[in-house]
Design a protein around this ligand. Structure first.
Ligand SMILES: Cc1cc2nc3c(=O)[nH]c(=O)nc-3n(C[C@H](O)[C@H](O)[C@H](O)COP(=O)(O)OP(=O)(O)OC[C@H]3O[C@@H](n4cnc5c(N)ncnc54)[C@H](O)[C@@H]3O)c2cc1C
Length: 246
């Protein structure tokens, strides 16, 4: 997809990039002072959610004192997120769709759904936070709601070892595009896997996957055994379903 700007009859003072998108600054101002752009017209990622956030950012700049909307990050805290952009954002590949993995959650409406927010293990390592990075996994088959209704899938937390901040959440499975928003709040509010482990989640919900993944961060060997058993049970279940269908 490309921005449809050709027919807009824009003045020369509004510059267009090589993909046809209106060039904007971080506060969505075009190269013509006082004129703002948001949405598909500025190019990637061409999403309704990001278009609305861009429009909101432009309105904040136009109508609010910038100091009243900005939060605070400690100097050098690469993974701190304020106003939808982490300080580390610019260090990621700007040509990538998710050039700043902290800017917005990504949802893919496939079967099963895929959703992600924050950094992967590799990206977290590249931030050079001076800490060891881990990833903790829970299978849908390990939680009761998953086992009964949607056993195929997993949720993964990327975190600072041994029990530190959660830096990313990656989900493949039922309702992933919904579940990712809770993970986004964990990352943005600098929650740890310990916070997650100590929280009480309603049974029988998919949110229990967060607690199971946090538990896995504390007992990697035990979690591996539980996943192996769950995986075996899932394979058996899928074999039975296949045999019944034949
Ligand atoms: C099939 C499909 C599925 C999608 N699914 C998702 C999804 O699941 N999640 C998601 O977040 N996004 C999704 N999107 C993307 C989302 O629809 C767009 O990113 C979003 O609508 C962009 O909003 P916009 O306001 O920038 O542009 P638009 O919604 O295109 O609005 C632009 C408006 O400007 C009007 N206009 C054009 N030229 C002029 C003119 N000269 N004068 C006055 N008015 C004009 C148009 O008629 C239109 O009403 C999907 C898009 C498609 C096509």
């Amino acid at each position: 997809r490309t921005p449809n700007t050709q027919s807009l009859n824009l003045p020369d003072s509004i510059e267009i990039d090589s993909y046809g998108g209106v060039l904007v600054s971080s506060d969505m101002q075009t190269t013509a002072p006082g004129i703002y752009a948001a949405g598909d017209v500025v190019g990637r990622p061409f999403l309704a959610s990001t278009g609305m956030a861009q429009a909101q950012a432009a309105a904040n700049t136009i109508f609010l004192d910038a100091s009243s909307v900005a939060g605070e990050c400690k100097e050098g805290d690469a993974a701190c997120v304020v106003d939808g952009a982490a300080q580390a954002g610019s260090s990621f590949d700007p040509a990538s769709l998710a050039s700043n993995p902290f800017a917005f959650p990504t949802g893919v409406w496939t079967t099963p759904e895929v959703a992600t927010y924050g950094v992967t293990l590799e990206q977290a390592k590249s931030l050079e936070l001076g800490e060891e990075i881990g990833e903790a996994v829970a299978l849908y088959m390990e939680c009761l709601r998953g086992r009964v209704f949607a056993p195929d899938g997993l949720l993964k937390l990327v975190y600072i070892k041994p029990a530190g901040r959660i830096l990313g959440v990656h989900i493949c499975g039922e309702a992933a595009c919904e579940l990712v928003h809770y993970g986004m709040q964990l990352v943005k509010s600098q929650q740890t896997v310990e916070d997650c482990r100590n929280s009480l989640y309603s049974a029988v919900t998919f949110h229990e996957l967060y607690k199971l993944a946090a538990d896995a961060a504390f007992d990697e060997a035990g979690a591996r055994k539980r996943r192996a058993a769950a995986g075996k049970a899932l394979a058996q279940r899928n074999r039975e379903i296949r045999d019944e269908a034949q």
